[in-house]
Design a protein around this ligand. Structure first.
Ligand SMILES: Cc1cc2nc3c(=O)[nH]c(=O)nc-3n(C[C@H](O)[C@H](O)[C@H](O)COP(=O)(O)O)c2cc1C
Length: 332
């Protein structure tokens, strides 16, 4: 398992790591695609039982056996059954969410709330592990809050229960996304575990990736937010870790073409709803472009697919013909 496990992981992100995003990342990665581990968004185990999440569960034909399906929930039997369904759907592994901080999830005893109930967390892992043949992993945090940082004993219990790797976001649940991820705390946990650890939190470039690896001595890294609207960051991290120095600096044209492709694929897959959900990517796709704020605003206000496509095509035209000094005038 350890040898086959890639070193780079784009971990689950609800509303981001869907089928279209994964397809796009693979396109950008090209032959380095096999060096990156991909996951679905988190999926409710109960939802799976009631078939409420068919889209999120869906893996493309060429993704069979190559994508982790992440589940959330807190009932061992339900989680085990959902895991079996995910295995049948073609998952390469099951990841259990024990880190999500949002009230809707933790109030239902799911996500990071499981860090407060280590026995239950352990039972969930044991049931899931015995229900499926594919590897089971967990993604978690340092603890519930500063006073309850129990990641060390928590991780040992999960390891004992049979997980094959652990992803640790170097923050507590109370921190949510504030402050800085604490890689030194991840290093301490890595030290006492036998299973591979993925360090997570604030890795946003080849440089921070190397720093995080050095600090944590972890098996690998999980890079999440930095990939939004910037799949090249993963390509460059993969290149760096593979010892290549020819990093890819996407041109304005590259960014816009990928943004356009992303929009088209999202529309084909989920219609207008899929396109609206892409707005957080647009902001990053156009960053670095002169007058980006004007375009960002136009894209944010665009009501539908046709309008967004139109704006991106217009930008592409301007870029090809002239430079991005012009749009400000053109927009008046
Ligand atoms: C929009 C968004 C959605 C997320 N959804 C999930 C999720 O479904 N499951 C999960 O375990 N973590 C989720 N996360 C947390 C990330 O996987 C990751 O742990 C966190 O963003 C820290 O890593 P980063 O600094 O590389 O972004 C989400 C984060 C963001 C920003």
């Amino acid at each position: 398992m350890k040898n086959k496990l890639p070193q780079i992981y784009i971990p689950p992100m609800a509303g981001v790591t869907d089928l279209v995003f994964r397809r796009l990342v693979r396109l950008v990665l090209g032959e380095l695609a096999s060096s990156v581990l991909l996951s679905t968004e988190m999926i409710s185990s109960k939802g799976i039982m009631y078939q409420e999440n068919p889209t999120r569960m869906r893996l493309a034909d060429d993704e069979q056996g190559k994508v982790i399906i992440q589940l959330f929930g807190h009932e061992p039997a339900v989680m085990a059954e959902a895991a079996q369904i995910a295995e049948k759907a073609g998952a390469s592994g099951i990841d259990i969410n024990m880190g999500c901080p949002v009230p809707k999830i933790v109030n239902g005893k799911d996500g990071a709330a499981l860090m407060k109930e280590p026995s239950l967390a352990e039972n969930i892992v044991r049931e899931v592990v015995s229900a499926v043949d594919i590897p089971v992993s967990v993604k978690t945090r340092l603890g519930w809050n500063e006073q309850n940082k129990n990641i060390a004993e928590f991780a040992l219990r999960l390891q004992d229960a049979g997980i094959k790797f652990l992803t640790i976001h170097g923050r507590t649940r109370s921190q949510a996304y504030t402050g800085k991820a604490n890689w030194l705390e991840i290093a301490k946990v890595k030290e006492i575990l036998e299973i591979p650890v993925f360090a997570n939190g604030d890795i946003d470039s080849p440089t921070t990736a190397q720093e995080a690896l050095k600090t944590t001595n972890a098996h690998g890294l999980a890079c999440a937010r930095a990939t939004i609207g910037n799949p090249w960051v993963i390509l460059n991290i993969a290149k760096k870790l593979a010892g290549q120095d020819n990093l890819t600096e996407p041109t304005v044209e590259d960014r816009l073409k990928v943004a356009l492709l992303h929009t088209q694929l999202a529309y084909e897959d989920k219609g207008e709803r899929g396109v609206q959900a892409l707005k957080r990517h647009f902001s990053k796709y156009v960053s670095g472009i002169k007058t980006a704020s004007v375009w960002r605003q136009k894209l944010a206000l665009a009501p539908n697919y046709a309008e967004i496509k139109n704006i991106l095509e217009q930008m592409l035209e301007l870029d090809l013909k002239t430079t991005f000094d012009i749009p400000k005038i053109a927009l008046l």
